[in-house]
Ligand binder design. Sequence first.
Ligand SMILES: Nc1ncnc2c1ncn2[C@@H]1O[C@H](COP(=O)(O)OP(=O)(O)OP(=O)(O)O)[C@@H](O)[C@H]1O
Ligand SMILES: O=c1ccn([C@@H]2O[C@H](COP(=O)(O)O)[C@@H](O)[C@H]2O)c(=O)[nH]1
Length: 296
Amino acid sequence: MFRTIFQRTTPVIRSQASRWSLKQIAPSPRRHYTSGKPAGSPSIPAMLAVASMGFAAYYTLVKSREGQPLPRRQQSNQPESSKAPQTQVSTENELPVPAFTTDQVTVVFVLGGPGAGKGTQCDRLKKDYDFVHLSAGDLLREEQNREGSKYGELIKHYIKEGLIVPMEVTIALLEQAMRESMEKDNKHRFLIDGFPRKMDQALKFEEAVVPSKMVLYFECPEQVMLERLLKRGESSGRSDDNIDSIKKRFRVFKETSFPVIEAFEKENKVKTVSCVKPVDEVYQEVRVVFDKMFEK
Ligand SMILES: Nc1ncnc2c1ncn2[C@@H]1O[C@H](COP(=O)(O)OP(=O)(O)OP(=O)(O)O)[C@@H](O)[C@H]1O
Ligand SMILES: O=c1ccn([C@@H]2O[C@H](COP(=O)(O)O)[C@@H](O)[C@H]2O)c(=O)[nH]1
C-alpha cells in the first residue's frame, strides 16, 4: 500500500461507517478567499478556513463511526455479491482500519490529464463490467450546486481555478456515494474517475476507505486534451472548460497529480492505455486490460 511510499499521517481510530452526509458537517466559517487573488494563491485566511473546514468534515466522519463495529482486514475468496458487512474486534492500539475491505468492494482509480477521455471510457466500462462510475469532479459539482451546501462557494472557487479541493470533502463525498450504491443497489465495484489527484488524497483514501485494486491511466498529449476540452467547452457549461482554467488544470496535473500515478507505478498497480485514438479503439485496449482483471 501507499504506506510503503509515503509517511503515515496522524492515525485515526476508526469504526464501520454509518450512512452520513455532508449536511451533518459543522457550519463552515465565512468565505475568506478573494476572487481578485492571483490564480493558485489562496490567501492565508482562506487556507486557514479551508483547513478548519476540512478538519470539521473529517471529525464529523470519524465521530459518526464511533461505537460501531469495525470491518475485518482479512481477505476471503467469497464472491463480491455474497459479501455481507463484517464485524471485527479491535483495540485502540490497532492501526487505522479502512471503512471497507477489498473483499467487500473493488476500487479502480481512473486517472489521466484533464479531457483525456476518462469519463467517456468509464461510461462504457460500467455497462460491460458491472461497475459504478463515480466521478470525483461530478460529485464535487453536485455538492457545489446542492442547496444549503456549506461547501458550494469553496468548491466553485477551487474548480474555476483548477485547484484541488481539500481532500476531506472529496473523500467524504466518495465514501458516501459508495455506501449508497452498496446499500441501495448492492453494487460493489467502483470506477473512481479523476481521483486521487494528490499524494495525501491517495494515502488517506486507501487508509480510511479502501485500498485500490488497480489504476487505469489514460495517457494523452496536452495538445490533444486541449482541443478536446475547448470543443467540450462549447456546450458543457463547465466553468473550467476555458483556456485560462485549462492551463491551470494542466499545470496542477503535471506538478501534483502525475506524481500520484508514478507512486502507484512503483506498486505495479498501473495499467496505461493511450487515449489518442478514436473512442472505440481506445475502448478495445481498455477491454483487454479489464478482461484479464475482472469478470463481466
Ligand atoms: N478518444 C477520443 N477521441 C476523440 N474525442 C474524445 C475521445 N475521448 C473523449 N473524447 C471527447 O473529449 C472530451 C473530453 O472527454 P471526457 O469528458 O471523457 O474527458 P475526461 O478525462 O473525463 O475530462 P475531465 O477530466 O475534464 O472530466 C469529450 O467531449 C469527449 O467526447
Ligand atoms: O478529486 C478531485 C477531483 C476533482 N477536483 C476538482 O474538480 C475539477 C474538475 O474535475 P474533473 O475530473 O475534470 O471533472 C478539478 O479541476 C478540481 O478542481 C478536485 O478538487 N478533486
